[in-house]
Ligand binder design. Structure first.
Ligand code: FES
Ligand SMILES: [Fe+2]
Length: 354
């Protein structure tokens, strides 16, 4: 199940180039969507399904602002209306295709999958994109064949850095005892915590003399459906045990990650990592992004295996809860609240009675 009234990331802006016939097919929250750029640069998102015999419009071709289906040649304007049926002069009213509101922001393309009248751009999550001159942000993309609720649970519980990412992002047991503070809001969860007096993440330990310790600060803003914005700062270890570190800021970074459910079984994972211009150094931001390429393959292996077992045995196979389920439970609760609000009245009454 997916929240419909939400902005879903459909990819990086460069995915939908001005190329002569670049048509990008995406599966977003169970809907096939085709994206293309008009000659003026504006992106159009249209249902990727011809209303005649359901051929993918992404197999068609751009013609000016319009899209022609290359099965029987019908043309659809950017507002979804059919403007031509070869060999037929009358255009039936049903010859139209759904179009979705689109916004480009922070080098991401966002598509609203619900009621167009409710498509409020202020609901798009904060992020720092590669177009931001103050940051050197590097980008990537991966598909994971698991349900997006497992991605939420994974990202809301960073204790897994210690175990899943022991030779990439991990490097200390202290992630398991970070004591994160979660603040819930209407569409997400805000989480802040320190991990003090630890080595830097494993992939970067070779940059410092052995035994050098740091204070790491994490600020995560997670929003529905599964957008993870991490402000990650590294300080030389100070002596403060509360409040900010009194050590020197060594590295200031943002990692912005948007996980878009394709269907119940898979997600598209668009992610980035990079340093501030003040703290960047040659090759640093590339190394950060490459570290995520490695780490997210580690997550992918765990989550895909977990999803196969969950599908086989259902939630009854989860026999125990532990402290690290607290964070995931909070964002899943926000998600379920929004899902219930969109459910038909009969389904809402049934769930209230349970
Ligand atoms: S299926 Fe598109 S025109 Fe026939
Ligand atoms: Fe992970």
């Amino acid at each position: 199940m997916f929240v419909k009234n939400a902005w879903y990331c459909a990819g990086w802006d460069y995915d939908v180039s001005q190329g002569k016939n670049v048509l990008v097919s995406r599966l977003i929250a169970g809907e096939h969507v085709v994206l293309y750029r008009k000659p003026d640069g504006v992106v159009v998102a249209m249902e990727d399904r011809c209303p005649h015999r359901q051929a993918p419009l992404s197999l068609g071709r751009k013609e000016g602002d319009s899209l022609r289906c290359l099965y029987h040649g019908m043309i659809f304007a950017a507002d979804g209306q059919c403007t031509e049926i070869p060999g037929q002069s009358v255009i039936p009213p049903a010859a139209c295709v759904r179009v979705f509101p689109v916004v480009e922001k922070d080098s991401w393309i966002w598509v609203w999958m619900g009621d167009p009248a409710k498509a409020d751009p202020s609901l798009i999550c904060f992020s720092v994109g590669p177009d931001n001159r103050d940051w050197n942000i590097k980008t990537s993309h991966m598909q994971v064949n698991a349900n997006y609720r497992l991605e939420i649970a994974n990202l809301m519980d960073l204790s897994h850095l210690t175990w899943v990412h022991r030779t990439s992002l991990g490097g200390t047991m202290k992630y398991t005892e970070a004591g994160a503070k979660h603040e819930i809001n209407a569409r997400g969860v805000d989480t802040k915590f320190w991990v003090r007096q630890v080595p830097v993440p494993f992939f970067s330990q070779h940059l410092f003399p052995e035994g050098t310790l740091f204070d790491l600060h994490f600020h995560v803003e997670m929003t529905i459906p599964c957008n993870f914005i991490l402000h990650f700062r590294v300080f030389l270890a100070g002596t403060a045990t509360e409040g900010p570190s009194d050590g020197q800021l060594v590295l200031d970074t943002y990692s912005c990650q948007a996980i878009t459910p394709r269907d119940e079984d898979s997600v598209d994972y668009y992610y980035s990592w990079g340093a501030s211009r003040e703290t960047d150094s040659p090759g640093m931001s590339d190394m950060l992004r490459e570290a995520l390429d490695v780490a997210f393959l580690e997550d992918k292996e765990i989550l895909e295996g977990q999803w196969q077992r969950l599908k086989q045995r259902g939630p009854e196979g989860n026999k125990v809860n532990i402290i690290h389920d607290t964070g995931p439970g909070k964002l899943l609760h926000v998600l379920d609240t929004l899902l219930k609000a969109e459910a038909p009245p009969a389904a809402r009454q049934k769930s209230a009675a349970q």
